[in-house]
Structures are given as C-alpha cells and as structure tokens.
Write a protein that binds this ligand. Structure first.
Ligand code: SAM
Length: 164
C-alpha cells in the first residue's frame, strides 16, 4: 500500500531544519488523471495516459523549439510529500533503505523526474505520456532528453574531462 503519512517499521524520521528558500519558481502545473497517491503509478509508462503540462506566463515563451524533441525530461515538485525520513520501508519489499537509495517521493527536497514522450504542443500546453504525479503537481523544469540532445555550442577543450 502506498503511504499517506504513516511511519512504518524500522523507518526513521528526523527533525529537518527550517527550509531556506532555494529560489525555486513553479513555472507551470501538471494535469494528470490521478488525485490520490493510492492510485498514482509509481513510475510513468510510455503507454500511460495523455497528461497536460501547462506553462505559466511568462515561461510559455521558453517552449520555443521544444517540438524538435520527441522525449523530454520533466522535473516537478512532489508537493504532498513528507520530507523528514532518512530511512524508509517501502511497502513493496519489507526491507529498510536509506532515502537516497530509493526513488520514493519522500525526500528532503521532493523533486520528481520523468522522461515523457511529447505527443503535441498546443500553445502553452504540452500533451505528454509517461508521468506518474498527482493532478496539480507544480512544474519545476523541462529539458530535452539528454540522449536526444546535441550541445548547441561547439565542444570546448575540457568539456569531457572527468570531474569537469
Ligand atoms: N518518477 C519520479 C522519480 O522517479 O523521481 C517520481 C517517482 S515517485 C515513486 C511517484 C509516486 O509519488 C507516485 O506513485 C505517488 O505515490 C507519489 N506522488 C506523485 N505526485 C505526488 C505529489 N505531487 N506529491 C506527493 N507525492 C506524489
């Protein structure tokens, strides 16, 4: 069963520091068929339902050229997540894991990412498949899938050095 807010066996919560403003801006909202975490898929699927990514002004102008990419990386703010667990016991495997060893929505900074396929653009709205988030989830960023993206600027010496 997906968690709503309970603490499971062997899970550990901490008292997180008061969040300081990282300066994030919600640039849009994601519209999906799911209004409950109990029914939302754990990971998006390429054959999942068509979902809408609605950009707010003035960020809609930043969509220029996005139709060139059949797949996009979407970053979103899992706004209903608790943020205080360092150890988690997913319902699926009966084991306890560190938060950073999981893709759970419960994390200190609840950022979710999905690779989606772009079906269409309608002005400030993208129609995509492959999401796994609740209706009205805030949008943080959009990028071309890195496997499709060729850097626009010519490579510079040192671009590919380890640690660079
Ligand atoms: N694909 C993303 C990732 O790997 O970073 C998110 C994976 S997370 C396991 C997906 C789950 O997060 C969903 O099944 C749902 O239970 C939960 N979830 C989705 N949207 C949420 C939201 N806005 N706030 C809190 N939890 C959310």
């Amino acid at each position: 069963m997906v968690r709503e807010n309970e603490i499971r066996d062997r899970e550990v919560a901490v008292a997180p520091p008061v969040a300081s403003d990282a300066g994030l801006v919600f640039i849009g909202r994601i519209r999906t068929p799911w209004t409950s975490r109990l029914t939302c898929p754990r990971q998006g699927r390429a054959d999942g339902p068509l979902c809408r990514i609605e950009l707010f002004e003035p960020w809609d102008a930043a969509l220029a050229g996005i139709e060139r990419f059949e797949r996009l990386e979407v970053l979103y703010w899992l706004h209903q997540s608790r943020r205080d667990l360092v150890l988690q016991s997913p319902a699926s495997d009966g084991q306890t894991h560190g938060t950073f060893a999981l893709r759970s929505p419960v994390r200190p900074n609840p950022i979710g990412t999905s690779i989606v396929t772009l079906a269409a653009r309608e002005g400030a709205v993208l129609l995509v498949r492959g999401l796994d988030c609740l209706d009205e989830t805030p949008l943080l960023d959009l990028k071309p899938d890195r496997t499709l993206f060729t850097p626009i600027a010519p490579a510079q010496p040192g671009d590919f050095e380890v640690g660079g």
